[in-house]
Design a protein around this ligand. Sequence first.
Ligand code: SF4
Length: 335
Amino acid sequence: MPLDRLGRPLRDLRISVTDRCNFRCTYCMPREIFGRDFEFLRREDLLTFEEITRLTQLFAHLGVEKIRLTGGEPLLRRDLESLVEMLAHVKGIRDLTITTNGSLLTREKARALKDAGLHRISISLDSLDDDVFRAMNDVNFPVQRVLDAIDAANEAGLWPIKIDMVVKRGVNEKSIVEMARRFRGTGHIVRFIEYMDVGTTNGWRMEDVVPSREVVERIGREWPVEPAHPNYFGEVAERWKYRDGEGEFGVISSVTQPFCGSCTRARLTADGQLYLCLFATEGHDLRQGLRHRASDEEILDAIRVAWRGRDDRYSEIRSSETAGLAKVEMSRIGG
Ligand code: SF4
């Protein structure tokens, strides 16, 4: 298992299966940039399911145990359950999950993903206030349909269901307690995510960040809470549990409490570029080798060399100097 320059192992691989999305969330894919004329990846640019599976086998050989499928919106990729089935059979993968906006997650789809071998699911929902949510996704998509998707995932047994909410000051912080109230006692885990300066298009400002500390305080004023131990080394969310036993929630504090020291995540774009950090400016092309008859050992070496050379810790060095970096867009690597 290769270690990077900061002694971190490679454990998690996030695989983007498409750079397209049917939402235009203002903090990720603003419509002004990702409009009608935006050139998304062509079909032939995308890794095939066989290529993704081969890469996953090689990453598993190097220690990867957890796979998260992302996008854009991953359920836009046709017949995704076939890929899930292929990945579910990869030796060494113990945790297979997906992050989706829920818009295409019907009962049939949830059941099909579960039957194919998906273990669990994360569904994004930034507010229960319909006007706020419709404005944030910027395609007028209603809250109720995401709640229906959460029910569909629940019925299919894709547990635990994590519900990801990006909190932006002046936009949806009033929804924090409402979200906590709605999912307390359900077994579902809300994760409150600090608004991040991902990519180069979302106009990020520090004053728009609601620190996780404030999120915990707001919830703690309603119900007594206490910190809970991480489930594993490198877990992204800091866990908090309700003292009355009504479950837990998480906060993801990339801006105010960076966690780069335990970051074991690599990211693969839909066209086969390996990124070593969410805020990286460059990737390592793995598709070239796949499509030019490289041997498994040659591709393993390419991954090893990339990972061993990794010293990324963007969130720890974020400053006015890093503000202008040409960081990869979130919709290309899926968070
Ligand atoms: S900023 Fe980069 S190195 Fe730090 S936790 Fe995020 S992805 Fe990992």
